[in-house]
Design a protein. Sequence first.
Lengths: 115, 112
Amino acid sequence: GDSVTQMEGPVTLSEEAFLTINCTYTATGYPSLFWYVQYPGEGLQLLLKATKADDKGSNKGFEATYRKETTSFHLEKGSVQVSDSAVYFCALSLPGGTGFQKLVFGTGTRLLVSP
Amino acid sequence: KAGVTQTPRYLIKTRGQQVTLSCSPISGHRSVSWYQQTPGQGLQFLFEYFSETQRNKGNFPGRFSGRQFSNSRSEMNVSTLELGDSALYLCASSYQGADGYTFGSGTRLTVV
């Protein structure tokens, strides 16, 4: 079945360090790919998305490129801040017959950034 | 514009009871989907409603049900609560269900 695999956390970084969170997927078809972020006690916020191969999603300094050849969608940020501390979820969606695209999530990666 | 609103934010129930959670989508959004988040199972899809019809259902027992009203507001109901139903229940809305999702802050249900 369709699935998403993320690197285990927590990822612990100092402020201004470079961030990479790995995400690979398995899907039958051509999924759209997403990164969501969850802050403590909150729901999920869409961080960025890409809908086709070689697309780059970007937002708030975060970037991810849809790599079909390696079935990956790694999240990167050049310089993290303490306020980036959160749990990051990689997800995919595939079109269904009804028009609805169910989200399939990875297990999440906790990022801890220290001053 | 207002986001997705879920009520209540927190709920404590006893085993065997039933519970109803509410979700008000973004104005104009007709698709509402529900997800359960637990530390053990992660985020799992429960069901999706569009124009008052359930279009898709995840792999959950029949104790989990939902409905959608003509104004697109949705409720989910869990009957005969079990300890394992303790979770954060998240609602997401979108215009048609295939164009991006906005999540609410969730309802944290604790079953004791």
